[in-house]
Design a protein around this ligand. Structure first.
Ligand SMILES: Nc1ncnc2c1ncn2[C@@H]1O[C@H](COP(=O)(O)OP(=O)(O)OP(=O)(O)O)[C@@H](O)[C@H]1O
Ligand SMILES: [Mg+2]
Length: 333
């Protein structure tokens, strides 16, 4: 097959940003190279489409059978991950992964939490603060502290630092103000669940299945562990990964059940990764879903798959195969 690869290289982004982690979600040349190699090793011809305006030019010129999409989209819009799939749908070109509606919802943490909560999945209490005026009017009475404060529409732990935890109202107000100003978007204040950090991979369609459950353990005992930007950047020195996760059977069952419910509630396709914290009494709390999880060598889904005996190329092929079950017309071309 002739497969287009859509991606957003960090170096292709020319906008100026106030924050140092603005490019955190974008791809490295190494990620593009290993996905290209994985698809080529299965005998496909790869056309690098890139992202943004470059993708618009390339997609009209190049004839491809399907697009393997890892493009995060441009700007800080909450629907940015939907940009490339929307263009591909407009041109009726098949592509891997979830559709624009799912991707737009998945990046909006508060909307996602409402949808999964409606399916009976537990998620920590939260407040959404749209701007400084709402911050001044916020009624904090009865809200459980400590809280974690995060941008409402981000990924890759952008904006989530060691300073994101607040133990009282004045600390919370200060951090909310910082995120409002730096990330130019609403801020979520969420009850902090102090317990195991777990991420769940889901793969396939009709039926989707759990690929694995991985626990992320800090190497050094800390009072309140946060899988923050600092930790993700220095994961080799700061955390250990455990997969399969050494959790009680009933906790694993709840994680599987919640993950498949969340996948279905958002209408995810082909693959996703879902993050949880487990409270001390063994209750998994849904934190967020990544319908377009990273596929670079050091991303959580790839680490998980590798620990379960997959190769990187095998994972990429499984995502493509899942997409092809939706596009039988592409098979064998
Ligand atoms: N309510 C919470 N309770 C405890 N820890 C939390 C909570 N919310 C976030 N965290 C911590 O912060 C980390 C990052 O949060 P979250 O997963 O929401 O951000 P993200 O940027 O979307 O992540 P990703 O890199 O997976 O896209 C979590 O993995 C967890 O360690
Ligand atoms: Mg996360």
């Amino acid at each position: 097959m002739r497969i287009g690869l859509s991606f957003d290289l960090k170096t292709a982004i020319t906008e100026r940003h106030a924050v140092e982690d603005a490019f955190e979600e974008y791809d490295s040349p190494e990620t593009v190279a290993i996905i290209t190699a994985a698809l080529e090793s299965a005998g496909h011809q790869i056309v690098r489409l890139g992202g943004g305006a470059q993708l618009l030019d390339n997609i009209r010129r190049e004839k491809v059978d399907i697009v393997f999409n890892i493009a995060e989209g441009r700007g800080n819009y909450r629907s940015r991950e939907a940009q490339v799939p929307s263009v591909l749908e407009m041109l009726d070109i098949p592509y891997t992964g979830s559709d624009p509606q799912c991707l737009a919802i998945g990046l909006d943490k508060p909307v996602t939490k409402k949808l999964v909560a409606a399916e009976g999945v537990s998620t920590p209490k939260w407040l959404l603060i749209m701007d400084e005026q709402e911050l001044r009017l916020t009624n904090w009475e009865g809200f459980p502290f400590p809280v974690i404060i995060k941008p409402a529409y981000e990924g890759s732990s952008k904006g989530i630092r060691l300073t994101s935890l607040a133990y009282n109202v004045s600390e919370a107000e200060e951090e909310v103000s910082r995120i409002l100003a730096d990330y130019r978007q609403p801020v979520m204040v969420e009850e902090f669940i102090d317990g195991d950090e777990v991420t769940v991979g889901v793969i396939g369609n009709a039926p989707a299945r759990v690929l694995g459950i991985m626990r992320v353990l800090p190497k050094k005992k800390t009072e309140h562990f946060v899988y923050s930007l600092e930790v993700k950047r220095d994961y080799v020195n700061l955390v250990d990964y455990e997969c399969p996760a050494g959790l009680a059977r009933d906790v694993l069952d709840k994680l599987e059940d919640s993950s498949l419910k969340a996948f279905r509630a958002l209408g995810c396709r082909d693959f996703s990764r879902i993050d949880y914290r487990i409270s001390r009494d063994g209750m998994p709390y849904f934190i967020e879903i990544n319908p377009l999880p990273g596929l670079g060598s050091y991303s959580d889904l790839v680490i998980m798959a590798t620990m379960l005996g997959w190769t990187h190329a095998g994972l990429i092929q499984a995502v493509l195969d899942a997409a092809l079950t939706r596009y039988p017309q592409c098979v064998g071309v």
